[in-house]
Design a protein. Structure first.
Length: 607
């Protein structure tokens, strides 16, 4: 029997109740508060979620209602999400980094009736746009610091999370949980349970409606490909309003009964990793690129002997990066063992992943050299692929069959085909239910049940390799087709380059806008006693210009001549979400950047 059919025919809220009944004493969640990890059992998870759901019900919410959440990852996030599901409501996540205008758009477009905010900062964003949100009934705030500063009108709109949960607990004490039992009895897999807004890299964000069937459809493939079980442990830190974190914090754990850990904040991830030592870890490409840069800095700062040991150890194990450990020869095992005890073990401890059985990267493309680097260190990093519209991961490298540069074969339950212009198209229960209030976009994205991903791919030996977004492929003035992501990822393999935005459409040659990695380049400059005071002054140093030129020249050696960057401009500030240059998930908005830097781009071509 396959894992697809082995999963119970139950929704996520129904499975939460089942886990409470079957594994009530097991730890479901741990949250770190003031340095102490506080556990929550499955029975307590279900009970608290029930109270939150009933509390939301006292505010007039019920089946089909929409509840918003604006918060970093924490237990109240999932209690709201599960509580909403237990009363038939739909949860809508909003990025906590979003400015007020983006918050207003998502909360308004999604018809949110109650929004749960982490703190005063998030509540203020909602209040700033309150006149644009006629359907919003109440604001619920988790952290109560600053409540006394609100005037009477705003304070009347606000309840605390503790008050909502207490109201639900009192209702359960008086009347029992009959309302939840009735909702769960009527709940069907085709009901919508979650709404995830796309990043909006090419326009306004769209609300992807995710059904319980979609969630149940994607879980078996994730479990099988990542070899997950009830003993798996995960550190939740990427935004829960993104499908990648949802699949490992709520989807899989509730079906498997595995454990989730919430650290103190996004800023303490590395410390939390060392304490939790999870056996699996998800990092978007920027996380791995930053870790790569951090190790590079650490090696620059260490003594010559230790640096030589590291470089020798790395050179020794590089050839093993793509080879399954089960197929290592005795000599290869001995060689790796020596490198491990000399240098690699300390680095694995430094990044907190010594116990990881699998680590994954997804949500965007990643330089192959970065993947090779971590696999050589002994971190079992694999590339996976998925979309919001596919409810998460639908392809992934097998740990015993890694082909760098690919995203592996499709997972269980996923059918695929290659359409016109090489576009990847997907079919299965994981294909989302459509965009909220946008039938035109839904019809253009899902045709005859097939999800048109917009990604151009090639299939090599059963492994899928992403070429680029269909809309991003560029044609030069000479008629050559270029995939900008290949060029950009080649350059971003440098620890000194944070972003590379290629310009080539209709041009005689390839140029680029480059954003330095301020921390890494700053350390490099300090080591050479170069004076600078801020981002712009660092960028304008002739030595930094020379450093980046050398890095680009090195990257160009790995590219075909037509794809090589001939000219570049160093940005004098970080690309900014508030300025519309990147999305909440830090994806570059090309059209916005091209418009902002139009003069600099023309100067690259001598205009």
């Amino acid at each position: 029997m396959s894992a697809v059919t082995a999963l119970p025919e139950q929704t996520l809220p129904q499975m939460l109740r089942a886990q409470a009944q079957q594994s009530g004493a097991r730890i479901a969640i741990r949250q770190k508060d003031f340095g102490i990890w506080k556990p929550l059992s499955w029975s307590a998870y279900f009970e608290r979620a029930s109270h939150v759901g009933l509390g939301l019900g006292t505010l007039g919410l019920g089946p089909g209602s929409h509840v918003g959440v604006i918060s970093e990852n924490r237990i109240e996030w999932v209690l709201t999400q599960m509580g909403a599901g237990l009363i038939g409501a739909v949860t809508v996540g909003v990025y906590p980094t979003s400015p007020s205008n983006e918050v207003a758009y998502v909360v308004g477009h999604a018809d949110v009736e109650v929004v749960v905010c982490e703190d005063q900062e998030q509540a203020d964003k909602v209040l700033e746009a309150i006149e644009q949100l006629p359907r919003l009934r109440r604001i619920v705030i988790v952290e109560t610091k600053g409540l006394s500063s609100y005037d009477a009108e705003d304070r009347a709109r606000i309840l605390t999370f503790a008050e909502v949960e207490a109201a639900g607990a009192e209702l359960a004490r008086r009347e029992g949980t009959g309302r939840i039992d009735a909702v769960l009895a009527a709940q069907r897999l085709d009901d919508i349970g979650l709404m995830i807004y796309t990043s909006g890299s090419t326009g306004a964000p769209k609300g992807a409606m995710i059904s319980w069937r979609n969630i149940r459809g994607v879980v078996p493939g994730i479990v099988e490909r990542l070899d997950m079980s009830a003993d798996s442990s995960h550190l939740s830190y990427l935004p829960l309003c993104h499908v990648a974190e949802q699949m490992l914090t709520t989807f899989v754990p509730v079906y498997l009964g595995s454990q989730v850990n919430f650290g103190e904040s996004i800023r303490t991830v590395q410390e939390d990793l060392r304490e939790v030592a999870p056996n699996m870890f998800l990092g978007v490409p920027r996380i791995w690129e930053k870790l790569h840069a951090a190790i590079s800095i650490k090696m620059q700062e260490t003594g010559a002997l230790r640096r030589a040991l590291f470089e020798r150890a790395l050179a020794t194990v590089q050839p093993l990066a793509e080879k399954d450990r089960a197929r290592w020869s005795l000599g290869e095992r001995l060689r790796y063992g020596a490198a491990y005890w000399l240098a690699l073990r300390a680095l694995q401890n430094f990044i907190g992943l010594r116990r990881a059985r699998v680590a994954l990267t997804g949500a965007a493309s990643i330089p192959t050299e970065v993947v090779r680097f971590f696999r050589a260190l002994g971190v079992p990093l694999v590339e996976v692929y998925g979309l919001t519209e596919s409810t998460g991961m639908v392809t992934g490298q097998r740990r015993d069959d890694v082909r760098l540069g690919s995203v592996g074969p499709p997972t269980l339950g996923v059918d695929y085909r290659i359409g016109e212009q090489g576009e990847l198209q997907l079919h299965g229960d994981m294909v989302f239910a459509g965009y909220y209030k946008n039938p035109e976009a839904t019809a253009s994205t899902v045709r005859d049940g097939w999800l048109h991903t917009g990604d151009v791919v090639v299939v090599e030996h059963g492994h899928i390799r992403i070429v680029d977004r269909l809309k991003d492929i560029m044609i030069t003035a000479g008629g050559k087709n270029l995939t900008p992501s290949e060029i950009e990822n080649t350059m971003k393999a440098s620890p000194f380059i944070k972003e590379c935005i290629v310009i080539a459409e209709g041009r005689k040659f390839v140029s680029a806008l480059i954003q330095i990695d301020y921390e890494t380049v700053g350390k490099w400059a300090e080591a050479r006693r170069l004076a600078f005071t801020h981002f712009r002054s660092l960028v304008e140093l002739p030595e930094v210009q020379g450093l980046i030129r050398a890095e680009i020249d090195q990257g160009n050696q790995r590219l075909a001549q037509v794809a090589q960057i001939k000219n570049f401009h160093l940005l004098t500030k970080e690309l900014d979400h508030d300025d519309g240059e990147v999305t909440a998930t830090m994806k570059v908005r090309r059209s916005s950047v091209y418009k902002t830097y139009a003069d600099e781009i023309e100067a690259l071509y001598g205009a």
